[in-house]
Design a protein around this ligand. Structure first.
Ligand SMILES: Cc1cc2nc3c(=O)[nH]c(=O)nc-3n(C[C@H](O)[C@H](O)[C@H](O)COP(=O)(O)O)c2cc1C
Length: 386
């Protein structure tokens, strides 16, 4: 375990969150931490995970155990991957590189967001490891298709198409905080930044002194705007199954569809040739009345688990959460905010700490439920309380 975060007393993801809260300006912390509208989906993701109970077996020799899994034919040290998050580069100077290095060192994949601050080429060059690229489809499809070609050229092994975000979600706290495009400066948020000198000097000032105001570096050159400027590219609201088929034809690597909340859509994704679906409600950030992903998971696994890989995210904070999803048939769990909190606290070391926390907790739960490996987990290890 890393020393810095140990000194800070970060023994679980909630500890990392608390430290991140102190270090980051409020507008940024809330952007990462909160949900949308009344934050029902955010709370419900947790409540649903908490309702799922483990149903352990005793007197199993668990003295030797492994978290290793095989995903798309590649061995992975543990059953988690880092979810794509647009804000990683604002948690830390070149935070995406910090996260990718932590993922590589831990032997797990990292998904880089379309909206990253560090370009996909730079992340590949400076971190490497198993990289997945997450794609948003813009109104001008050809611009997104260019990104697909760049991701392939840069050696990304998989493409994630996010399908749950074709309209800007209703996140009123961002408006209250002035964290809009263009950024609205007000006394509150200027004071907010000034009173967080660690972030101001270690993150913002470092960008200003090197590459300038942080920009969305994956955007095509003519569209590259910095985080304060007025242009946000609209997503394509005509995104449909034909787009997925076209991307399937275009992308030679593994193709995943992220944001699936309906078993029928998972079947259609499989029919279009996708290799995996990610059951996700965007961490409760988009549709406040969405079902919790752990509730949807068994339906999706029953519908397509025999023909494609099923993954999940949204609300996972404990190793026990991961074990529950694996027992219900997910192959891997994507982790969003947990590793962002770690990155905000101590860059690569903080992200590594978050991953270590998950590894330790998963290991302990495997012992407690009587499993030597994650592949032994199945629905017999689960009971769901009404
Ligand atoms: C700050 C932030 C930015 C995100 N940006 C993206 C993104 O650019 N693309 C995407 O597909 N998902 C994005 N997500 C959603 C994550 O990929 C993931 O679905 C979610 O964070 C999982 O929930 P968790 O944070 O509770 O682990 C973002 C999430 C957060 C918290």
């Amino acid at each position: 375990m890393s020393d810095i975060t140990n000194d800070l007393g970060a023994y679980n993801i909630y500890d990392l969150r608390k430290i991140a809260l102190k270090r980051m300006p409020k507008f940024l912390f809330e952007f990462v931490d909160r949900g949308c509208e009344d934050e029902i989906a955010l709370r419900n993701n947790r409540a649903a995970l908490d309702r799922v109970k483990l149903h352990p077996r005793m007197l199993v020799d668990v003295a030797t155990r492994s978290q290793e899994t095989t995903l798309f034919g590649n061995k992975q040290s543990m059953p988690i991957a880092i979810a794509p998050t647009g804000a990683a580069g604002l948690m830390w100077y070149q935070g995406e590189i910090a996260l990718a290095r932590a993922a590589k060192a831990a032997g797990i994949p990292l998904a880089l967001s379309t909206a990253s601050i560090t370009s996909m080429e730079k992340v590949a060059e400076h971190a490497g490891g198993r990289l997945w690229f997450q794609l948003y489809m813009w109104k001008e499809r050809s611009m997104s298709h260019q990104l697909v070609k760049r991701a392939h050229a840069a050696g990304y092994e998989a493409l994630i198409v996010t399908v749950d975000s074709v309209i800007h979600p209703n996140r009123e706290y961002n408006k209250h905080n002035g964290y809009t495009r263009p950024f609205t400066f007000n006394r509150k948020n200027v004071t907010d930044v000034i009173t967080h000198p660690g972030w101001l000097f270690n993150v913002l000032a470092r960008y200003m002194l090197t590459t300038g105001m942080p920009r969305f570096e994956n955007m095509p050159e003519e569209m590259k705007t910095n985080i304060l400027r007025d242009k946000t590219l609209d997503k394509n609201q005509s995104l449909c199954w034909d787009d997925l088929k076209a991307l399937r034809d275009m992308w030679p690597g593994k193709l995943m569809v992220k944001g699936i909340l309906n078993a029928q859509d998972a079947v259609m994704a499989a029919d279009c040739g996708a290799d995996a679906v990610i059951v996700s409600n965007h961490g409760g950030r988009n549709l406040d009345s969405a079902r919790a992903t752990i509730d949807v998971l068994p339906e999706v696994v029953d519908a397509v688990g025999h023909r494609m890989t099923v993954m999940i995210d949204s609300g996972f904070r404990r190793g026990s959460d991961v074990v529950k999803a694996l027992a219900l048939g997910a192959k891997t769990v994507l982790i969003g905010r947990s590793t962002l909190y770690g990155t905000a606290v101590a860059g690569q070391e903080g992200a590594a700490r978050a991953i270590d926390i998950f590894r330790d907790e998963i290991d302990r739960i495997l012992v407690q439920v009587g499993c030597r490996s994650v592949s032994e987990l199945n629905r017999e290890h689960i009971r769901i309380e009404k």
